[in-house]
Write a protein that binds this ligand. Structure first.
Ligand SMILES: [Zn+2]
Length: 322
């Protein structure tokens, strides 16, 4: 199988009541960890590349790594997606350069300007067999170069979604219902604390999601900023010399619930970073004399694989759906 678009994936996910994981990739170990898990569990998967990842690893390296993963896992559909494209030129460069899906994120612009830029990208993408994700509403938090201060976020306005999709022709829509980018999704003031002193974030706005679904029947919805920031990794980071107090994410059971509805794509990045960093810190602490990168990248890659397998089985529900 060669790289695919998300069209067929999303149709099956919508009808089947599950979501496809979209995991950010930056290097070989991450690509391998994700696709080994998806391959073994027969799950479709989306590998996504941000502007920052392209700047870090180089477009060609990332495309070739993903092509290698496709060759190694011919039994599953894999899509290559641009995460948070912010200009027509960036989207065009990825469309011309082998991606099967792009996101144009013009959500910080006015409704009219968001429509105009999204429509321009859709026209070019569709002419080249590539699909487009757009965004309405603004998530809080930090993701590479996308920075939104707390208090500047805005839930998607359901009354706008039909007009937006009609006028732009986009293939999927990212909405803001209370998810957030990064490992510090909420301030302590926004949360309560459970018996163990761990922050519990405010619940996702399922009323906003339901209202969007009603207005866009059959249309795939995307959730960004959907890492759960597993406390086992935060603990590991802190135990072995790190300092990440009060890192908090989206509870997995809420994501599972969204995946059963019209949410067909769930973005996960911070959990990959945490799994790798926690395990590398632990390895360094336990083996101060080791200096071969393969020694510490091996458990880091395994941690990514185990984490992704957990998401596929218990959050996304996409196992056996290849
Ligand atoms: Zn995002």
């Amino acid at each position: 199988m060669s790289l695919v678009t998300t069209t067929e994936m999303f149709k099956k996910a919508y009808d089947g009541g599950y979501a496809v994981g979209a995991f950010n990739v930056n290097n070989m170990e991450i690509v391998q960890g994700i696709t080994e898990a998806a391959g073994e569990l027969n799950s479709p998967v989306i590998l996504q590349v941000s502007k920052g990842a392209r700047a870090y690893a180089n477009h060609t390296y990332l495309v070739k790594l993903v092509e290698a993963a496709v060759e190694e896992n011919p039994q599953i559909p894999i899509a290559l997606h641009l995460d948070h494209g912010d200009t027509f030129e960036l989207c065009k460069s990825c469309i011309d350069g082998g991606f099967t899906s792009v996101m144009i994120d013009a959500s910080s612009k006015s409704f009219e300007d968001n429509i105009a830029l999204t429509k321009q990208v859709v026209e070019y993408a569709h002419a080249h067999g590539v699909v487009v994700e757009a965004e309405l509403g603004t998530l809080a938090g930090i993701e590479d170069e996308v920075v939104v201060e707390a208090g500047k976020e805005a839930y998607t306005r359901p009354e706008e979604v039909e007009e937006f999709v009609d006028k732009t022709g986009c293939d999927s829509l990212a909405i803001a219902i209370g998810t957030s980018h990064g490992a510090y999704k909420f301030t302590a003031a926004q949360c309560t604390r459970n018996a163990d002193g761990i922050l519990v974030p405010p619940p996702l706005r399922f009323d906003v999601l339901e209202e969007c679904i009603k207005r866009l029947p059959g249309f795939p919805i995307v959730l960004h900023g959907s890492s759960s920031v597993p406390q086992e990794f935060v603990k590991m980071v802190n135990q072995y010399g790190g300092n990440m107090p009060d890192a908090v994410g989206i509870p997995e059971e809420q994501l599972r619930q969204a995946a059963k509805l019209a949410v067909c794509k769930i973005n996960i990045d911070s959990d990959i970073r945490l799994a790798m960093t926690g395990n590398i810190r632990k390895y360094f602490a336990e083996h101060p004399d080791h200096f071969d990168p393969r020694q510490y990248l091996k458990p880091a890659r395994q941690a990514v694989k185990d984490m992704v397998a957990h998401k596929i089985l218990h959050v996304l529900g996409s196992d056996g759906k290849a």
